[in-house]
Structure formats: C-alpha cells, structure tokens
Design a protein. Sequence first.
Length: 237
Amino acid sequence: MSSLLSTRVGMRWIPGEKNEPTDTMVMNLGGWFIDLRIVKDNGSIDWAMAGQRQTLSEAPLTFKWTHWIDSRGSTEPDIGCFQPGSLATDSIETGSMVNPETGLLTPYEETWRSLVPVGRENFPKAWILRSEDGKTFLGKIGGNFIGLQGGEGPGSSLGFCATRESWDKTRNSWATLYQTGEWSGLESLPCMSSYFHGVKGRLEWEGTCKDGDTVEAFGKTYIVCAIEELGKDTTNV
C-alpha cells in the first residue's frame, strides 16, 4: 500500500473468512499517515490512527507504523508486508496484530485498493498537518479530507473523534461523510466544510510552506508533516 490514497476492500483473521465491515480511507504522504476506519452499520469509529510510516524493506515491501494517536489506545508500532493483488490497483497486506474480539495476537490478511483523489483539479495540494501537542492530525489529498483528534490516555484514545469530507463538484462545496466519536471534541476539530464552504483553490499557506514549517490554519497553529503537489498520476508514491 504505497499509494497516496487507499481504501480497504477485504479483511480476514487467518484462517477465517474475508469480509469488509468498514468504510476505510488511508492517506500516506512523506512518511506520515492518517487512517480512518468507520463501521458501515452504525457510522462509529472502528479504528482510527495517525503518525509516522517507515519503509523497512523494498522486497517484500514492508512498512512500520508508529501511532502518535490511536482510538484503541495502542502505542506499539505495527508492521505489515505487501504483495501485489489480483488487480493492478490492489495490494495484499499480511502480518500479525491483536484481534480486538479475542485479545489474542492473530495473523491477518487485508486487501487494499489505490484510489485516485477526487477534486484534484481544484485542490492540487496534498498535505498532512499535526497540532503542536501532537493530538490532532489533519490530512487533505485533493478533494478528500480527514481530521482526527485524540484526548487523554494511551494513544490519546480518551475523547477521540474524527471527521471525513469529500469535495462535491456538483454543489461546489465540501460534503461531510462522517462526524463521529466524542461529540464535545468535534466542536474543536477543524473541517473544510466549516471554514471553506463553497471555496475552491489553494489555502493561503499552501503555496509557500514546506515540510516541518509551522503554519496558521483553521484558526490554530499546526506543524506541516508533509506537503506536495499532486501530479497527473497520484495512485503511487
């Protein structure tokens, strides 16, 4: 899963059957990631996390994820290996992690699919920001936006909340797909629809900042984890 933007289309705990109970979107940019998995049945957070991603090996492609914030309270890095899937857009991740239903370390297999960002003609920049205390992460890739905010406790899991939005070009505005988690926290979690209703193009700081810069955005101070221009082929980085 080396794409800028991806979704999970199948998961199984080995030797169980594959299914997909979540609507998942993952952003990867410049060694940072934001991962939001929403339960399809009720719109709650299944798992949400953000932090740093490190390449451990190219063959097989292997990543380590370090969670700065984690809705499940996990602070241990996790490692996954990737192989090509049956479709050109798909990849298969394998590894072992704790099954939340059993509490046991269990082998797993996940199928990931690369996505082409919507709205990139209007929003040519991709970025991931984090708050100064490291408890809030915001990511935008084209017309796709995710915001995660943690609170106290391990992985900042207490009071965790999340939002996900997508640019609706027919209405010329940002559409909220999910707002979930601790409702008191959602009041302070930035979103594109509140700040830029009906506005296209660049944010003021996008054109001048670089990785590691401090910027004023959404009425607060954030650190730019990564920022880059979207090219014509944005399925892989």
